[in-house]
Design a protein around this ligand. Sequence first.
Ligand SMILES: Cc1cc2nc3c(=O)[nH]c(=O)nc-3n(C[C@H](O)[C@H](O)[C@H](O)COP(=O)(O)OP(=O)(O)OC[C@H]3O[C@@H](n4cnc5c(N)ncnc54)[C@H](O)[C@@H]3O)c2cc1C
Length: 392
Amino acid sequence: MIDFTLTENDQAALARTREAALIARTYARYYDENEHEMPPEVLPEAEEFIKNAGPLPQSGPEDTSRPVMLALQSIGTYWGDYSIRLRREGGGLGNAALSAAGTPEQQAKWGGLCLSMAITEPGCGSDPSRVSTTAVLDEETGEWVINGEKIFVTTGIRADAVVLWATLDKSAGRAGIKSFLVEKGTPGFDVSHKEKKLGIRADDTAAYVFSDCRIPRSNLLGGDESIPKKNSGGFRGVMKTFNMTRPMTAAMGLGLAEAALDFTREQLESAGIEIDYKAGPGTQTAAAEKFIRLEAIYDASKWTTLQCCWLAGEGKPNNMESSVCKAHAGGSVRAITQGCIEILGAMGISREHLLEKWARDSRITDIYEGTGEIQRLIIARGLLEYTRQDLK
Ligand SMILES: Cc1cc2nc3c(=O)[nH]c(=O)nc-3n(C[C@H](O)[C@H](O)[C@H](O)COP(=O)(O)OP(=O)(O)OC[C@H]3O[C@@H](n4cnc5c(N)ncnc54)[C@H](O)[C@@H]3O)c2cc1C
């Protein structure tokens, strides 16, 4: 039976997470307004906090509800400030891809690095099978030669290396796509620029160019033996990482939505507007009713996300659920931040408060890790038992 019971240790970890998150929040406005600067890896006050209070408690390794705890910790940390927290993340998306598709030797060699993940190109976004970056094996030197361009790479500046999708043979479609690890500093690998964005400005989103970039043969994720196989190092191998990264993306957005709700509740209370959860419809202020509706959207998204994580913790399939929670959260966080602005009026868009920034930051939840439309396609295919060709 589904069970979200938290241990005392879990609860202590979550409480500490919130304390640390509040420290991050004090930097939120500064790095929103100074996008060109990047926050340090560990913010000075956070360092002080960790020194005085010790590291954040973790739930035990034997805890089978670990994905649920990870989601709750994400909600707690991103509640402080989404953008700052995103910037302070230890590893990147590429680390999840390495875990899913790398050999044990590759995981041991590169697991300690911060790895970005580069699939998207100027002509390839929602449909990753259109990757046109090429990898050609130079039989004489035994090196892969990479050519192509990647855009919107999260943690792209500070990453030590990238897990990159490239095609060995365009005519082979998805089967021709493999993932490769390319370390920063490799000749022919250039970080061409840092993107300027509507929101999540503290995060370093970058564009990469690969020009005759030579990497060792052993940098093919999954090793040489993955080449004849369709299911490793490439599409399936890396796509399955989305089953865990999508609920985490949902949880991150929910942290932001919860912060917006908390701020709005405080403002309503200080204006003397009571929120009565037992009153029926039409019996209290429109602001209070609207607020309760926003909280209901939040709860639906949160429980959908935790259910998906619980399935992962139980080792059960969660492919459809990961799309459901991602699609739901993408819409929820937008509805909640916009709804909070509607309730608070001018205060909601004032730069004196963080709500307007959170509304801008929220937009990304429905874009990266697959847009809402793409999640709905995956859900529809799953429910109707349609193939990719039947429904595209
Ligand atoms: C801040 C940020 C960080 C990112 N980080 C990364 C990263 O680390 N690594 C990486 O590889 N990528 C990253 N991305 C890229 C992101 O994954 C893509 O932007 C996303 O997949 C959408 O691709 P696209 O922008 O090319 O849009 P397109 O694919 O061109 O889509 C445009 C619109 O059409 C819709 N659409 C497309 N196909 C269909 C369809 N079949 N049916 C219905 N609607 C459809 C989409 O939903 C979207 O609304 C990042 C993007 C941003 C903005």
